[in-house]
Structure formats: structure tokens, C-alpha cells
Design a protein around this ligand. Structure first.
Ligand code: NDP
Ligand code: 8X3
Length: 252
């Protein structure tokens, strides 16, 4: 592939870091963002085959910081070909009547508003150049409810519908939009969800074979590498060890 410039949010772990490695192996130029800058610096060591790596400490919830990060990209990194809107998290698994309202705020601010801010900052350049691809990381939780999924699933439903609406806005432009909806994947996701309780996080994956971050990164690279006239609208993937259950029935 020709050298593409890839902007990845949440590149410090999990899917984002794996995307950085996969795109680096294809010789891409990378803009890696996350709050934990030291993790991004450590990742840089694995990216020798990238055409260049630019690291930005960025909290996607900070709209001013997002705009400033995009406006101050160095020469050679300004024409972003691919935005991977990956930064996100789930917090807690409590039912809605018990949940900490602050956790809902953080999920909305990160998964919805952060993704909006990055999109709004980067999309105009893509439209102007009439070239680009936005890959939004949603979740199976966007479509399939589960107890405790409440606002997390709601934020991901936003991501999926926003992705479709972007496609509607961009008709006539050569800018692609893809929504990836992964099921259970082992990353730092559950450690974050359970607020550092690694035992609880490990239980999520015990005795099963979840998706890996590499599985997701390979999927992202695959959708990006389709011919320019092909838009993968959405792609849902799950581990073979995961499927749906029957409706739950309450009985007295
Ligand atoms: P990780 O916890 O491993 O990675 C999440 C990434 O998001 C980290 O790099 C983190 O970086 C970043 N992040 C979180 N909050 C912010 C913020 N405010 N500003 C900037 N970056 C932020 O989890 P995953 O890799 O699994 O998650 C990646 C995405 O995939 C998320 O959107 C998640 O919802 C989604 N997903 C995950 C699934 C799973 O089972 N693992 C399944 C389906 C979807 P830092 O803390 O350094 O800022
Ligand atoms: C992450 C997968 O099933 O925990 O989006 O919601 S799940």
C-alpha cells in the first residue's frame, strides 16, 4: 500500500496498540494518542518499520486539546488518511439503579463525545482532500443488551448509528466510514471495567478463548486495505466461544 498516515486514539493498550503494530508492519506513518504517554513511548520501540511515529498525550474528552493536537501536527503528519476512533471504556457492571452516575458521565464523555470531537477535528481535512477513512470501534454491546451493559451499550449504539449517519453525510465524497463491532476480547478492557480488580477481570476470560487485540487490528487493516471504491459499513465479530442466550424470564 502507498504510505498512509494513520491517527489512532487509545493507542496505549489493547486494540489501539495492536493497530499501531499492524499498520507499522505495513510501513504506515502513525499518530498515536492516549493519556498514558509513557505507554506510547514504550510502544514506539516495536514500530521500527513505520514510516514515522508521532506521539501525542491526549484525553479525547478535552475538545480544545483534540483540536489543538490536530492543528499542531508536524509536517508530514498533517494529511490523515485513516482515523481509528478506538479510545473507549466500560466502567462497572451494576444495574442502572445502583450504578455510580460518575461512571456514566465518563463513558458518555469518552465513548460518545471524545469520538465526536476527534471526528469533527479530522474529517474536514479528509473532505477537502476528497480522501480518507474513519474506522469507529463500536461493540456487540451496541446491538445486543446484557445486564449491566446499560450506558456502555448505549454509547456503542451511538457509535454504530453515528457511523451510518456519517456515511449519509459523506455521499459523493471519497471518504469511507466503517464501524467495527467486536465481541469479547482480552485486553485491559475488563481491568478498567472492574477498576483494577484483576481477579474479576481474569474471570471474564477464564476457560474460554476470547478474541485478541491482534484479531481486531487485522480486521481494521483489512477494511482499510479494501479497494478505494469499497466501503465496509459494519463488521461484527465474536469469538467462536461466544453466542446469544435465550430471553431471560422472571418467574415468581
Ligand atoms: P483497553 O482498555 O486495552 O484500551 C482502551 C484504550 O482507550 C487505552 O489505550 C486508553 O488509553 C484509551 N482511553 C480510554 N479513555 C481515554 C480518554 N479519555 N482519552 C484518550 N484515550 C482513552 O481496551 P480495548 O483495547 O479492549 O478497547 C478499545 C476499544 O474497543 C474501546 O472503545 C472498547 O469499548 C472497545 N471494545 C472492546 C472490547 C473488548 O472486549 N475488549 C469489545 C468491543 C469493543 P489511556 O488510558 O492511556 O488514555
Ligand atoms: C465490550 C464487549 O460484551 O463486554 O464491548 O460489552 S462487552
Amino acid at each position: 500500500m502507498s504510505v498512509k498516515t494513520i491517527f489512532i486514539t487509545g493507542a496505549s493498550s489493547g486494540f489501539g496498540a495492536a493497530c499501531a503494530r499492524s499498520f507499522a508492519s505495513e510501513g504506515a506513518r502513525l499518530i498515536l494518542t492516549a493519556r498514558r504517554k509513557e505507554k506510547l513511548e514504550a510502544l514506539r520501540g516495536d514500530l521500527a518499520s513505520a514510516a514515522g511515529v508521532h506521539i501525542i498525550q491526549l484525553d479525547v474528552r478535552d475538545r480544545v486539546a483534540v483540536d489543538a493536537a490536530v492543528a499542531s501536527l508536524p509536517e508530514g503528519f498533517r494529511d490523515i488518511d485513516v482515523l481509528v476512533n478506538n479510545a473507549g471504556l466500560a466502567l462497572g457492571l451494576e444495574p442502572s439503579h445502583k450504578v455510580a452516575i460518575e461512571d456514566w458521565d465518563v463513558m458518555v464523555d469518552t465513548n460518545i463525545k471524545g469520538l465526536m470531537y476527534c471526528t469533527r477535528a479530522i474529517l474536514p481535512g479528509m473532505v477537502e482532500r476528497n480522501c480518507g477513512h474513519i474506522v469507529n470501534i463500536s461493540s456487540t454491546a451496541a446491538s445486543w443488551p446484557y445486564p449491566g451493559g446499560n450506558v456502555y451499550g448505549g454509547t456503542k449504539a451511538f457509535v454504530s448509528q453515528f457511523s451510518r449517519n456519517l456515511r449519509a453525510d459523506l455521499l459523493g465524497k471519497k471518504v469511507r466510514v466503517t464501524c467495527i463491532q467486536p465481541g469479547m476480547a482480552e485486553t485491559e478492557f475488563s481491568n478498567v471495567r472492574f477498576k483494577g480488580d484483576d481477579g474479576k477481570a481474569d474471570q471474564v476470560y477464564a476457560g474460554t478463548q476470547p478474541l485478541t487485540a491482534v484479531d481486531i487490528a487485522e480486521t481494521v487493516v483489512w477494511v482499510v486495505n479494501r479497494p478505494a471504491h469499497v466501503n465496509i459499513n459494519s463488521l461484527e465479530l465474536m469469538p467462536v466461544d461466544q453466542a446469544w442466550g435465550p430471553f431471560s424470564i422472571h418467574r415468581e
